[in-house]
Design a protein around this ligand. Structure first.
Ligand SMILES: C[C@](O)(CO)[C@H](O)COP(=O)(O)OP(=O)(O)OC[C@H]1O[C@@H](n2ccc(N)nc2=O)[C@H](O)[C@@H]1O
Ligand SMILES: Nc1ncnc2c1ncn2[C@@H]1O[C@H](COP(=O)(O)OP(=O)(O)OP(=O)(O)O)[C@@H](O)[C@H]1O
Length: 270
């Protein structure tokens, strides 16, 4: 079975409180971003994982695809599998790339072996692999709260909106990014702000990580300014960075930008 785990964008992100479990409570809207890896899952005689594409830091045994398999294997009588991951989505980018791989692995194993687990149960397994993972089970625009793993549907439809995502090659670890931010009350009611026209979002929809990280990584602010100068209606850091995106409603494709060759760029429509 071949699946294409996509990435996500955060539209607004407020870190609202410290939790007793050491994590932070947050409020954000998650959107699927069709920038994808490729993951093949096949029954096999022994369990293996092969990797191509962007190198993934860390031991392959800690890869989230294998962790997803081990999690289900602990509860179900799964045969060995041969996994192949072709990694395309930048890592440490705030795009949830590893989380998407994990959630798609759970979904593929559920389908391949006919486990019959409903989405709510897959979401519960996904939460155990990481805060972002559960989103990729629903994989549609949602308002997320608590650890970013509890969701409410929202009536937001950006389908077809031209979007440019720029990854400047800075690997920002999620834990490090959280340590730079002090929780505070949300600056706006995110759902109300996103219900207003896209032209107003620039003044009302913000990401607390962006404010905290830009002084350390000025390139994040420079990319955002470049996106606005190129006509973006809204631009922001995604999640804990370092990817910055711009939305260009009304265009077929986002405009070309002069960027360093080392940057990874995704152009397309949501
Ligand atoms: C920044 C976001 O991408 C926004 O969607 C997510 O909150 C990050 O989710 P993730 O990468 O799945 O993160 P996890 O693997 O669950 O956690 C990594 C580390 O981030 C911090 N962390 C994460 C989520 C959260 N709500 N509070 C936290 O403080 C913790 O230090 C944790 O050890
Ligand atoms: N399939 C995978 N893809 C990417 N990273 C993985 C994967 N499996 C395990 N990891 C580990 O997770 C780390 C990346 O996590 P990190 O949270 O920084 O980035 P991310 O998953 O790309 O998305 P985000 O920045 O949105 O959280 C890597 O350093 C790697 O060790």
């Amino acid at each position: 079975m071949l699946v294409f785990p996509n990435a996500k964008l955060n539209l607004g992100l407020y870190i609202t409180g410290q939790r007793p479990d050491g994590f932070r409570n947050l409020e954000s809207v998650f959107l699927p971003l069709p920038w994808t890896d490729a993951l093949e899952v096949l029954p096999a005689t022994e369990t293996t994982l092969s990797l191509t594409g962007i190198p993934i830091p860390g031991e392959p045994t800690t890869n989230l695809c294998l962790r997803a398999y081990e999690l289900l294997k602990a509860d179900f009588n799964l045969p060995p599998v041969q996994l192949h991951l072709h990694k395309v989505v930048p890592i440490g980018a705030g795009l949830g790339g590893g989380s998407g791989d994990a959630a798609f692995a759970l979904r593929a194993l559920n389908d391949l072996f006919g486990l019959g687990l409903p989405p709510e149960t897959l979401e519960t397994y996904a939460r155990r692999l990481g805060s972002d993972c559960a989103f990729f089970i629903r994989n549609k625009p949602v308002f997320a709260y608590e650890k970013g793993d509890v969701f409410e549907d929202i009536p937001l439809n950006l389908t077809g909106t031209a979007c440019k995502v720029i990854y400047p090659g800075l690997h920002i670890s999620t834990a490090e990014a959280y340590s730079c931010v002090s929780p505070r009350a949300p600056r706006h009611d995110l759902r109300a702000a996103l219900a207003r026209p896209l032209e107003t979002w620039r003044d009302t929809v913000s990401n607390d990580f962006e404010d905290a990280l830009t002084p350390y990584y000025p390139v994040l602010g420079e990319i955002k300014e470049q996106l606005y100068a190129a006509g973006a209606t809204y631009a922001s850091l995604s999640g804990s960075g370092s990817a910055v995106y711009g939305l260009f409603p009304g265009l077929e494709q986002p405009p070309a930008l002069e960027l360093p060759a080392a940057y990874q760029v995704w152009n397309g429509r949501l």
